[in-house]
Design a protein around this ligand. Structure first.
Ligand code: ZN
Length: 334
């Protein structure tokens, strides 16, 4: 471990163990909100064909995080947040909203049961074309590159060595960047062609994404589910009219399939490159009241940020000391 990492670890441990981070969280003031962003809670070996970088925590760590939130913070639901936006409610001090993106099966297996055990109501964002049996492009790319037979891979973005595991990691990283920064549809064509040529996945018949029947069952148990586009494109990388149709369709499908009508939306891969003022304006016209990004911060709910609200990312390597630092109003990526 290098010196900077050691210092950070010591600060996190001191802040966590002394209760300083928890005390500082009180200073956030009225309507200060941390929105946590999870993707999957699972063991990588359970589904080795899926991209493990989407695992935000293994079940034990997720349970420790939920226990910690329930003991030391004020977990709120999306309905509490909407109440605060409409001025009918004030959020409690140390308010935290747990959100989960993409609708993977482990939401039903791990996330929802563990969170509800601690009285926490997670909000799930679903890209609405996937419950009919889709696979995400990043998972297809991961499996194609990891299982590719041969020492190299020739793509429109260049020739990549796949001689070692480390080479495959680098190829994956560079291909993800190239796809996100280039022409998105071209990137999807490459992923689909690699997927067709890659080794078949040895897995059970169950889809990795929850079906509408399963989402309805979760909805009946009280799970809050909201829109995350229809096909999960990068919204600024497709024509504006198509981006608007993606948003509208996902809001409609959630209403139709689940009879839930939350005026809430999550931008796919919500980095600043992938949302825009024009899209925020469109959300407002459509009656969306709260939309979230993946800008890694927490903030007070204000009129001018509720349609591009930041979310604090949770990653598999996070232990409770660093997790508690992320809940403080002074959180900045160190
Ligand atoms: Zn997503």
């Amino acid at each position: 471990m290098n010196f900077k990492k050691k210092i950070k670890k010591t600060i996190f441990q001191l802040g966590y163990k002394s209760g300083l981070f928890s005390a500082l969280a009180n200073l956030g003031g009225e309507n200060f909100l941390t929105v946590l962003n999870y993707h999957r809670v699972d063991y990588p070996e359970n589904r080795p064909w899926l991209d493990p970088s989407l695992i935000s925590a293994i079940p034990e760590d997720f349970e420790a995080q939920m226990r910690f939130l329930s003991q030391d913070y004020s977990p709120v639901s999306i309905k509490d947040v909407l109440g605060a936006i409409s001025g009918k409610k004030v959020l409690p001090k140390k308010a935290v909203l747990v959100t989960v993106d993409d609708g993977y099966r482990d939401f039903d297996e791990n996330i929802f049961p563990i969170a509800t055990k601690y009285g926490i109501k997670p909000l799930l964002f679903v890209p609405t074309s996937y419950p009919n049996g889709g696979e995400f492009w990043w998972d297809k790319l991961y499996w194609a590159v990891r299982s590719w037979e041969g020492d190299s891979l020739d793509t429109p973005y260049g020739l990549f060595s796949l001689a070692t595991d480390a080479d495959r990691e680098i190829a994956l990283k560079l291909l993800r960047i190239a796809i996100k920064s280039g022409d998105f549809k071209e990137g999807m064509r490459l992923v689909d062609s690699l997927d067709k040529e890659s080794k078949p996945k040895v897995k059970s018949d169950a889809s990795d994404i929850l079906s509408w029947d399963e989402l309805r069952a979760l909805s009946d148990k009280g799970a809050d589910i909201a829109a995350h586009t229809h096909n999960h494109p990068l919204l600024t990388k497709i024509p504006f009219e198509e981006a608007c149709a993606e948003i509208n369709q996902s809001l409609d499908v959630i209403r139709k399939e689940l009879s839930q009508d939350l005026p809430v939306f999550a931008f796919p891969d919500g980095q600043p490159d992938f949302f825009s003022e024009k899209l925020v304006e469109f959300l407002k016209e459509e009656g969306v009241q709260f939309a979230v990004t993946t800008v890694d911060e927490n903030a007070a709910l204000k009129e001018n940020n509720k349609l591009f609200f930041p979310r604090v990312g949770v990653y598999r390597s996070l232990r409770l000391p660093a997790f508690s630092y992320r809940l403080s109003p002074f959180y900045k990526k160190l």
